[in-house]
Design a protein around this ligand. Sequence first.
Ligand code: DX5
Ligand code: ZN
Length: 240
Amino acid sequence: MPAKKGFNLLRASAPTISVGILSADLMNLGTQLALLEGTDLKAIHFDVMDGCSVPMMTVGPLFIKAVKTHLLKDVHLMIQDPMDKVGDYVDAGADMITVHLESCKDILPVLRELRTIENRNDLHRGLIRGVALNPDTPVEVLEPLLNEVELIVVLAVNPGVRGQAFIDSTRQKFAQVKEMVSAAKKEILLCIDGGVRRDNIAPIAKLGADILVSGSAIFAGENPVENLRFMLGELRSPGS
Ligand code: DX5
Ligand code: ZN
């Protein structure tokens, strides 16, 4: 039986938020992370951009390894041809590793490769394999992958930049993904990534995602903990 402590933790905490940690004040990351660790947060989201798959370049395995935390490391790879690189991110302590459908000709071998790799952080956590879809990528391409993923990430913004507006057609697309996964009777976590803020999280929550990624809205202003607590509150009881 594959180790599933990480998956079960997220399943039990759903709906929950994965915080986009690159939106933090990176000169003050340790302090901000310690504050967030004191809340009900379960995961932090690392947007890895290689400057090829998307124009922006952000961080790599070295940075991810350097971040010491008990929270789940949710690594979102926006990199070209991830096959030869995924192992480095697992070595860096990724608990969740998401690759983009659009990042190589055939993503299935990459997902199968990840099935053979154990979590380096904590064996019992297991490795959550995710596949992400850009806003323009049709949902149908997911079908052949449903046996090889524990997580599906629907991008609600075009990949590569934080602080963008939530693309409205994501609602319909997410409903299609949810329908496909339930029809296939698969145990897969569903995530929406991008454009989730204090003023739109309540209606987005109603779409039924297990995980919402939010970066700039959490670190907007002076108090990321208050932002997080407010958004978790809205997520769990919208408009209360
Ligand atoms: C976009 C990234 C998102 C983004 C989220 O390519 O995958 O994770 O950084 O940031 P906000 O919450 O600011 O949209
Ligand atoms: Zn992301």
